[in-house]
Design a protein around this ligand. Sequence first.
Ligand code: KIV
Length: 278
Amino acid sequence: MSARTITTASLLAFKQRTEPIACLTCYDAAFAQVLERAGVEVLLVGDSLGMVVQGQPTTLSVTLEQMVYHSRCVTRTAERSLVIADMPFMSYATPERAVEAAARLMGEGGAAMVKLEGGAPLVDTVARLTAFGAPVCAHLGLLPQSVHQLGGYRVQGREAADAERIEADALRLQDAGASLLVLECVPRALAEALSKRLRIPVIGIGSGNACDGQVLVLHDVLGLTPGKAPRFSKNFLAAESAPATGETVSACCIEAAIKGYVAAVKSGAFPAPEHSLA
Ligand code: KIV
């Protein structure tokens, strides 16, 4: 590990000094280099690859084998960022299966942390993984792997009872040993309250700009998403108005677009109110 390597401890330090953490999904070796050069601190090998790389309608068909393969591709060139690998649908249905899946994602895939979607039912699994030395990123709010149960990709936590459940789940997952929390598509006020209440960093997606960091799907940031990109995302490669002149400019290359994303996360300019869902 080089002195500049991002670790779970460095993420905590970002939170303590209130520097927003810039995170993007990444699925291969070429983009891992570009994203690192542009200053992205956390690369998430998301199972969103099922939708944006494979063209599937949901993330449910992504296999552990595929996640190990893409994690390995990313970690082959990523030198300093923290690489998180998503645990695919049902690969953590029991604590035993979760330990086996994490062993492959970290051992063969080279990931430094694994991410799983869900609340209270995963408390024992998170405790088991962390007891064996696998850092865990929890994921609450909109859970894409539960899309059929949720009835669609909808904002979560609008009702008081839902918000309370999400908050209680977050505290339990933190107490069980989670190092990071991804909060997807919840109202800004709930994301802000949780970011203040939790010791661990909260990375938002579609949850407003009051979190400790932001994550987006790489293909949304580059305007490459098959079909429609989510309303909360932003194409940083597309032409924009330069604030001073009103002149239309565009990022000249992918790396510049990613740098634009990192700068907007760091300054709090992204997400803007129009990227908020609630
Ligand atoms: O799979 C993924 O890309 C994710 C992000 C949407 C947070 O889980």
